[in-house]
Ligand binder design. Structure first.
Ligand code: MEV
Length: 311
């Protein structure tokens, strides 16, 4: 067993199809080049700290994180109270950017390295462990965040009974802008609110999910063709669908409108909604967008292409 290891997991942007992806419709996402870095070592005095853009969390004092953490470590025969774990986050927590999956992948890969597992054993066990821990934060998770956290560049994702179907997409580099508009709601609560609406309005909700699917399929084609105007227009359509299933808010709507009025080709919620972040497709030479979104909250700029690095 190694004494001290580090490993990473990546954040994500969902470009098309969040929520409908939980019900087997295709979605399009991209791994961020940044996310979580975990350092693990055996320790007589256990410690689990998360350093993030908003401060420091003692995970041992947070019941949900500790529960998720132990579910994560269990497949490796490890337990939080025998480890010193330090996680450094370069994306905000709970903002719809896949922080929990990035953390989980970083810690699970770290656990595998601590045990010196070979590559083949590692990815399967990491995957199993992350699914278990993500259920604490997402409830009925589709697995798309986990896929992105393992480093997949742009990809389409579909949950099926026999496991996820993932198709990498070749996408040219482009500028994307994210603004954290409002405090986040719990992903599990937002997923549950959509499940409740589906229960109340089954035909309408299923038919909206089909529209999400068409938007994702056409969006994937537009992304690979570099048809950025079409990508932007479809992002606006996707935002309309997210509003229709009840996960948008007046603040998120206002930020999307401001983005579109300030040069964005399209804008939408990214992630579970109810708060959190919007994603805008920028035009390469236009700074008005960043200035306009700065009025709504912290702004992050990314140049994303077909595949981002993984470790
Ligand atoms: C959260 O990033 C995306 C959701 O579709 C939930 C999931 O797919 O697990 C809202």
């Amino acid at each position: 067993m190694r004494a001290n290891v580090t490993a990473t997991g990546q954040g994500k942007l969902i470009v098309f199809g969040e929520h409908a992806v939980v019900y087997g419709r295709p979605a399009v996402a991209c791994s961020l080049p940044t996310g979580a870095r975990a350092t693990l070592q055996r320790a007589a005095t256990p410690r689990w700290v998360i350093e993030h853009p908003g401060g420091l969390i003692d995970a041992n004092a947070d019941a949900d994180i500790l529960k998720a953490g132990n579910l994560l470590l269990e497949p490796f025969g490890l337990c939080a109270d025998e480890l010193d774990i330090r996680i450094e986050m370069s994306i905000p927590l709970g903002a719809g950017l896949g922080s929990s999956a990035a953390m989980a992948v970083a810690v699970a890969r770290g656990a595998a390295r601590l045990l010196d597992l070979n590559e083949a054993d590692t990815e399967q066990r990491v995957s199993r462990a992350v699914i278990a821990s993500e259920s604490v934060f997402h409830g009925k998770a589709s697995g798309i965040d986990q896929q992105a956290a393992m480093g997949s560049g742009f990809f389409t994702f579909r949950k099926t009974d026999s496991g996820p179907v993932v198709d990498p997409l070749k996408v040219d580099a482009h500028r994307w802008v994210v603004a954290r508009v409002a405090p986040s709601k719990s992903t599990a609560a937002m997923v549950q609110s959509v499940a409740d609406r589906r229960e109340r309005l089954p035909e309408v909700t299923e038919s909206l999910f089909d529209d999400f699917a068409h938007t994702s399929e056409m969006g994937a084609r537009a992304l690979t063709a570099g048809a950025w105007d079409v990508v932007g227009e479809l992002m606006n359509v996707n935002q309309g669908l997210l509003e229709a299933i009840g996960v948008s808010t007046p603040e998120l709507e206002a930020a999307c409108t401001a983005a579109n009025q300030s040069g964005a080709l399209g804008a939408k919620i990214t992630g579970a909604g109810g708060g959190g972040c919007i994603l805008a497709l920028a035009q390469d030479d236009d700074d008005r967008l960043v200035d306009a979104l700065g009025e709504y909250g912290d702004v992050f700029e990314f140049t994303l292409a077909g595949r981002n690095s993984t470790t």
